[in-house]
Design a binder for this molecule. Sequence first.
Ligand code: ATP
Length: 290
Amino acid sequence: MIKVENIKKYYGKYLGVEDISFKIKKGEIYGLIGPNGAGKTTTIRAMMGMISIDEGRITIGDKNIPHDLKHIKNKIGYLPGEVNFYENMRVKDFFDFNDRFYKNIDKKYEKELIDLLELETNKKFKELSMGNKKKVGIIQAIVHRPEYIIFDEPTNGLDPLLQHKLYSILEKEKERGATILFSSHILSEVEKICDKVGIVKKGKIIKESNIEEIAKVFKKTITIYKLKEINKFKDFEIKEQEDSYITYLVKNDDLNSFFEILSKCSYEDIEIKRPSLEEIFIDYYRSDEE
Ligand SMILES: Nc1ncnc2c1ncn2[C@@H]1O[C@H](COP(=O)(O)OP(=O)(O)OP(=O)(O)O)[C@@H](O)[C@H]1O
């Protein structure tokens, strides 16, 4: 279990995080999402004991952070937002070097990951692209099969194919029983693999839920093609209207009455979509500002 409780951090007079709390159970993937500057990196750095917090409590397993970090550090796999290792070291030498720090490195798994991510290990670190540096960081963070995985914006700089590979790696780690936190500002990826998401805004979690629950309370997008009796739908919110179709936004509670009216109408085709996490997210940000 990872527990972050009411943490607060100011950088001098500048707000880092105001009040962030969440819990992640064993075998769960938690997505911390929010735009730049929301406080994701600050939270993660505090969890890694890299910065001190002004208030609150962080526990990983049964260890208090930062006080007992040294007793649990080798059970944590951490990927920073920007990966930087020794510039002149070749990747393969770096992995050997890394072996000396962790007792439990799984060399077979290391090789599997290098092959899966198609990483060139003969190159020096300074010769790698941002995406390749990230691959080194990802591998280094998980080759010791950590119980806790903490990744700051892991897909930044990875092409879609590699992003996909990363999701499958994280899903396998989850199956193995790892407790996983990752931050992102790309919502669709959170939707794909997270059990739970926390939406961060200005240093606070403004909403926390599992993806299904978040999507459930939101309106469905219903597009009807060649609907003749538009006037019967006056009570419903129109999202878009063209000659050949009309799109309504319908709350879950109103779906029955919507379809009751629709059943008595003539139309050519219908398309029902739940909102994307992107739309939900924008809605949260907007409603919070109103
Ligand atoms: N060293 C620092 N000194 C002053 N302010 C800082 C410092 N580091 C972060 N901040 C501020 O703390 C707030 C939260 O930043 P943080 O990096 O945690 O956000 P983030 O959600 O991770 O965004 P990003 O994706 O851009 O990294 C921002 O307003 C940022 O300007």
